[in-house]
Design a protein around this ligand. Structure first.
Ligand code: ACO
Length: 319
């Protein structure tokens, strides 16, 4: 026994930051950002907290699922940019939603939503009758150096959520990691410890873009091929591919190698940029609300991110 998706939700900050606006902050241009990444604009937290976005996304997912918070058996949040180191974002959501279940956060960077689905699948395998809320929420705007043009143009903030119930909609899921710091990291602060004698790094995200790009294309192709092989599903049978939204050129290169037509691919990178773990969950919710997902549709989700982590799954849309 695994799970099926019962409902989805998402939430974005009000503030839209266009490429044009960024071009007045750093040495960049709308043309460079659009042609090199596919991003036109992104949403950035101003007055909202990432916990508030997570809570809104979760509440919408509960409404869409027809479940109440009291029915939840577990809450998992995927985030690298929570408002608090403790309590976890998941514990705060438990309180705000009125749930009474265990709750914890995970960190798998941009692959966080897929890792959370994989963990949830383990819970369903252990005990059939459950309802699990999975939330992915990020305020990447707090991790990036807004004076670094090579990263600040890439990211956005947002949250997505899914309510899972016992079912057999998850046909296969695979997660992986290739542990390494250098290509993509964001240091934690040492605070004001008077005893720490090392170098206190700037707490901003640092990325070796081209190395991550190469890893991204290779790993997305490999993980999708793996889950297709595991399920016996043929590429032609997929209704939609939901790839991580880091760069439209990464998506195009992966689709081309997979020989999957771009008409099957869902994207929102132009409007949201890379919202890290939240990308996959927001993309799923937007497709659900736009009526693009039909009962029985086979979906391939794939992501990669800091860690370096990877993941992919094949889901049947049972709603
Ligand atoms: N505006 C204008 N010029 C820029 C900008 C910018 N915003 N950023 C970089 N440039 C310049 C560089 O300085 C360089 O100039 P030079 O040739 O004079 O040295 C030139 O543009 C080309 O730079 P590259 O780094 O080679 O550009 P590239 O085509 O590789 O694109 C990018 C950079 C967009 C970062 C790309 O490498 C990429 O998307 N990498 C993957 C990113 C990714 O997937 N990240 C995942 C994060 S997930 C997570 O877990 C948080």
């Amino acid at each position: 026994m695994s799970f099926s998706i019962l409902g989805t939700g998402s939430a974005l900050p009000e503030r839209v930051v266009t490429n044009e606006e960024l071009s007045h902050m750093v040495d960049t241009s709308d043309a460079w950002i659009r042609t090199r990444t596919g991003i036109r604009e992104r949403r950035v937290c101003s007055s909202e907290t990432v916990t508030e976005l997570a809570c809104q996304a979760a509440a919408k997912a509960l409404t869409d699922s027809g479940c109440t918070a009291a029915e939840l058996d577990l809450i998992i949040c995927a985030t690298i940019s929570a408002d608090y180191a403790t309590p976890s974002m998941a514990c705060i959501l438990q309180d705000k939603l009125g749930a009474h279940c265990p709750a914890f956060d995970i960190n798998a960077a941009c692959t966080g939503f897929l890792y959370a689905l994989d963990i949830a699948a383990g819970y369903f395998a252990r005990k059939a009758d459950q309802k699990i809320l999975v939330v992915a929420a990020e305020a990447m705007s707090r991790l990036i150096d807004w004076q670094d043009r090579s990263t600040c143009v890439l990211f956005g903030d947002g949250a997505g959520a899914a309510v899972l119930g016992a079912g057999d909609g998850l046909l296969a899921i695979r997660t992986g990691a290739k542990g390494s710091i250098a290509p993509l990291y964001a240091p934690s602060s040492w605070g004001n410890s008077p005893f720490y004698t090392g170098n206190s790094a700037q707490p901003y995200l640092v990325m070796e873009g081209q190395e991550v790009f190469r890893f991204a294309v290779t790993s997305m192709v490999q993980t999708v091929e793996d889950v297709l092989a595991q399920t016996g599903v043929r590429k032609e049978e997929l209704a939609w591919v939901l790839p991580h939204q880091a760069n439209i050129r990464i998506i195009d290169a992966a689709l081309s190698r997979l020989k999957i037509g771009s008409e099957k691919c869902l994207t929102n990178i132009a409007d949201h940029g890379n919202t890290s773990a939240a990308c996959a969950a927001i993309l799923l919710d937007e497709a659900n609300r736009a009526g693009k997902l039909k009962k029985g549709d086979l979906l391939a989700m794939t992501a990669f991110g800091g860690g370096l982590t990877t993941g992919a799954c094949i889901l049947r849309w049972d709603k």
